[in-house]
Design a protein around this ligand. Structure first.
Ligand SMILES: Nc1nc2c(ncn2[C@@H]2O[C@H](COP(=O)(O)OP(=O)(O)OP(=O)(O)O)[C@@H](O)[C@H]2O)c(=O)[nH]1
Ligand SMILES: [Mg+2]
Length: 246
């Protein structure tokens, strides 16, 4: 349970006031982070999902492809343990771990602090893996250029309808673990439809970090975002690997 965003507390009016103050303070710092990144022409992406949707495995298999072209760094958010940062470092991806010690989301203060440390000071692309949680992280701007929400096929196709906030704020939805589709009762079309009810036109990439299917499209999406912050035309493989809107 989160003592910052106040999930589960009862004194509603007081709580709303505290939440507003916390969010205002957070948003001011996030704006400063965003301005600093814009000066550096660096891209920062905030990846959200429920616990275990496959965020870390996706970063492990996809980011090395970008590292041939640009400097990449990851901010790992977890309540406890350094497991995810260690997993990334084992495959050569520079990663910094933030332990929230109880809070169910990262906030802009924590992100600002680690952005001033190597290896993130020189990174062109920074991916934040937020704490596994489909609710609270959606409310906290971290200064990223875009949020990405992942939902795995083992979670059920109704998740966008049940947890709309993350889908409303995301610029991209990933449907992960599609290699497991034959074994689960997951209707891809229904999941997309649910997401687009709260966010019309939301781009979707279906992928599997296990088989590699769809991972190219994700890497290409990141390249496209980076080209955008660098203000250069993006030409690489545009014809065949965009996130699709159908
Ligand atoms: N079959 C299959 N399993 C996957 C895939 N991606 C991840 N997994 C498995 O799903 C489990 C969770 O993956 P993680 O990458 O740790 O998920 P996460 O979202 O980083 O988890 P948290 O950081 O705890 O929220 C692991 O056992 C992975 O091996 C996939 O594409 N297909
Ligand atoms: Mg993880």
């Amino acid at each position: 349970m989160c003592d910052v965003c106040g999930c589960g507390q009862a004194a509603a009016t007081r709580l709303v006031k505290i939440e507003e103050e916390v969010l205002q303070k957070n948003n001011a710092i996030a704006a400063a982070v965003r301005a600093r990144l814009a000066e550096r022409r660096a891209l920062m992406i905030n990846l959200l999902s429920a616990p275990g949707s496959g965020k870390t495995l996706l970063l492990e298999v996809s980011l090395p492809r970008l590292m041939a072209e640009v400097q990449v760094g990851v901010i790992e958010g977890d309540v406890q343990t350094r497991y995810d940062a260690e997993r990334l470092r084992r495959v050569g991806i520079p990663a910094v771990q933030i332990n929230t010690g109880g809070a169910c989301h990262l906030d802009a203060v924590g992100v600002q602090r680690v952005l001033g440390e190597p290896p993130l000071t020189s990174a062109d692309v920074i991916v934040i893996e937020n704490v596994g949680n489909l609710v609270c992280p959606a409310a906290f701007d971290l200064g990223e250029q875009a949020k990405v929400v992942a939902v795995s096929v083992t979670e059920g196709d109704d998740k966008p309808e049940k947890y709309p906030a993350a889908f409303a704020v995301a610029s991209l939805m990933l449907i992960t673990k599609v290699d497991l589709l034959p074994y689960v009762n997951f209707d891809v079309a229904r999941c997309k439809e649910g997401a687009r009810q709260v966010h019309p036109g939301l781009p979707v990439i279906e992928l599997s970090a296990r088989t590699g299917e769809g991972v190219d499209a994700w890497v290409e999406w990141l390249r496209h975002q980076l080209a955008h912050v660098r203000d250069v035309p993006h030409t690489h493989n545009e014809h065949h690997s965009h996130a699709h809107r159908h």
